[in-house]
Design a binder for this molecule. Structure first.
Ligand code: HEM
Length: 510
């Protein structure tokens, strides 16, 4: 009976929309063109999408704001590899398979567009600030992104970034040695999250502004500390506003909105201060300096983007470039502490790379495939982004369902990373799986995909690889037994409790 209604519906649908599955249907993309000729209509996609308000209430009852990633996983288990949902005012189709991800990204169009973080655009509108590359869309996004790509993500930039990031990495190691020495116990047991946050902020600031903030020192400038607090507050206050219109919260003067505004104000103020410093320096400088001055100064000197556009994008790079890498590093250290043998394997790889490259960091980075695999593995199990999203630019067929152009389609990254149909023994942390020849087609998507992928990817990858090189060369990483950590959603995925790690020096002399 059900099959019959599916066939009837599909026929009706096909007649209505002229979308019978045949070789004369070139514009619609699908994974298995040969597999079935019945294209089911959009309205038949399983899921709860009829009453957004009721769904929002149920979502809230399940503490969905924190459990979004687990709820998605559960939905895939209930409905299969595609489901449709509406929570509050926000509606999407969710997919999980790599081959379906391929269809999705092929249909993203010239100006890929993802889910708008309404809280962030509302702040910009409220304060009359420009959108940066993270929030822009259409031709405005593309023209800015093309220029930023050259300065931020092109491979050529690595030789500029590596010395700056290496210096921060070395300072981090010196700081840990100092902490170990002061403990008097030849080890340092701590929740590293704040330290990693400072490492990430110092790194990204060094690359963007060509300027050290001094966060590896004992005394922290209160302004830098305020910036750290503002970024944490900005992420924390964003997730509740994903499902409730910020305009409403603003009108009723809700605390979450006020805190959000305060957080972004702090982030923009810090960026403004750094930008003014750079201006001052550029004015004072006479003659050509051979040293790389950082992304911001390069963009100003290039003179291809307006100052307001540069400010907006650099501030977004700064805001997006701290929690993301610090949390990924924390998860990686946690996994290495849980897998001591693997930790030794990585250490051996780093030692060999150091010897072969004679300490040339740029060269060394080309010789650490397992370390790179470890970072991919961390992003598989603990992705910063729970999902990737696109408003599709053309009609597509996924899992034999028609999805019309303009629909928001989400690829469940967290769910895909844990799917046994996609990854062999997904629960196991195995960096070597990324070295094997087994297909990696649309499986490593932690930084997104295509022209709209993470702009900071090159900085993030280099910063994290250099960090791991230095840590593995200097310390053994251990964790308390029997403490397992889960994740919680606060726009990005965070550990649900402090991760306490112990760092022990490898060399007695230090
Ligand atoms: C482990 C670290 C990081 C991860 C996993 C990560 C992940 C992502 C993801 C998934 C996206 C969306 C991509 C898409 O829609 O296809 C994104 C966008 C973005 N990321 Fe990252 N990111 C990281 C670090 C950074 C850093 C360090 C920066 C800045 C220095 C940064 C800046 C950005 C920006 C500006 C965008 C928006 C790009 C655009 O819309 O054109 N990210 N990131």
């Amino acid at each position: 009976m059900q099959l019959l209604s599916v066939i009837l519906c599909s026929l009706l649908f096909s007649f209505a929309s002229g979308m019978r599955c045949s070789s004369s249907m070139p514009v619609i993309r699908q994974a298995y063109p040969e597999s079935s000729c019945i294209v089911r209509p959009f309205n038949e996609i399983p899921g709860l999408w009829k009453n957004g308000v009721v769904n929002l209430y149920n979502f809230w009852k399940l503490d969905g704001f924190k459990n979004l990633h687990r709820i998605m996983l559960q939905n895939f288990n209930t409905y299969g590899p595609i489901y449709r949902e509406k929570i509050g005012y926000y509606e999407s189709v969710n997919i999980i398979k790599p081959e379906d991800a391929a269809i999705l990204f092929k249909a993203e169009g010239h100006y890929p567009k993802r889910l708008k973080v309404e809280a962030w655009t509302s702040y910009r509108d409220y304060r009359n600030r420009k959108y940066g590359v993270l929030l822009k869309n259409g031709e405005d996004w593309r023209s800015n992104r093309v220029i930023l790509n050259k300065e931020v993500i092109s491979l050529k930039m690595l030789e500029n970034f590596v010395p700056l990031l290496d210096e921060v990495g070395q300072d981090f190691v010196a700081r840990v040695h100092k902490k170990i020495h002061r403990s008097g116990q030849n080890k340092w047991t701590t929740d590293l999250s704040q330290e990693l946050f400072k490492y990430a902020l110092e790194s990204v600031s060094s690359v963007l502004y060509g300027e050290r903030l001094g966060l590896m020192l004992d005394y922290i400038d209160p302004e830098a500390q305020r910036f750290i607090d503002c970024i944490t507050l900005m992420f924390k206050t964003t997730s509740p506003m994903l499902y409730i219109p910020p305009a409403l919260l603003r009108n009723i003067g809700a605390k979450v909105w006020r805190d959000h505004v305060e957080a972004w104000d702090g982030i923009f103020n810090q960026a403004d201060r750094c930008i003014q410093n750079i201006y001052r320096q550029l004015r004072q400088e006479t003659g050509e300096s051979k040293e790389y001055p950082g992304v911001l100064a390069s963009l100003l000197l290039l003179d291809k983007l307006s100052i307001e556009d540069i400010k907006a994008s650099v501030t977004e790079l700064m805001a997006g470039g701290v929690d993301t890498t610090s949390i990924t590093l924390l998860w990686t250290l946690y996994e290495l502490a849980r897998h001591p043998n693997l930790q030794e394997e990585l250490r051996a790889e780093v030692a060999a790379a150091r010897a072969e490259s004679q300490g040339d960091m740029l060269d060394m980075l080309k010789r650490i495939p397992l370390v790179k695999g470890a970072l991919k593995e961390t992003l598989r199990l603990h992705p910063v982004a729970v999902s990737l999203q696109r408003y599709i630019a053309e009609d597509i067929i996924i899992q034999n369902y028609h999805i019309p152009a303009g629909t928001l389609v989400q690829l469940g990254l967290y769910a895909m990373g844990r799917d046994p149909k996609v990854f062999f023994r997904p629960e196991q942390y195995q960096p070597s799986r990324w070295l094997r020849t087994e297909t990696q087609y649309f499986k490593s998507l932690g930084f997104g995909f295509g022209p709209r992928q993470c702009l900071g990817r090159r900085i993030a990858e280099t910063e994290m690889q250099i960090f791991l090189i230095h840590m593995l060369e200097n310390f053994r990483i251990e964790k308390q037994r029997n403490v397992e950590v889960q994740s919680t959603f606060e726009l990005i995925l965070l550990p649900d409790k402090p991760i306490i790690l112990t760092l022990k020096p490898l060399h007695v002399s230090q």
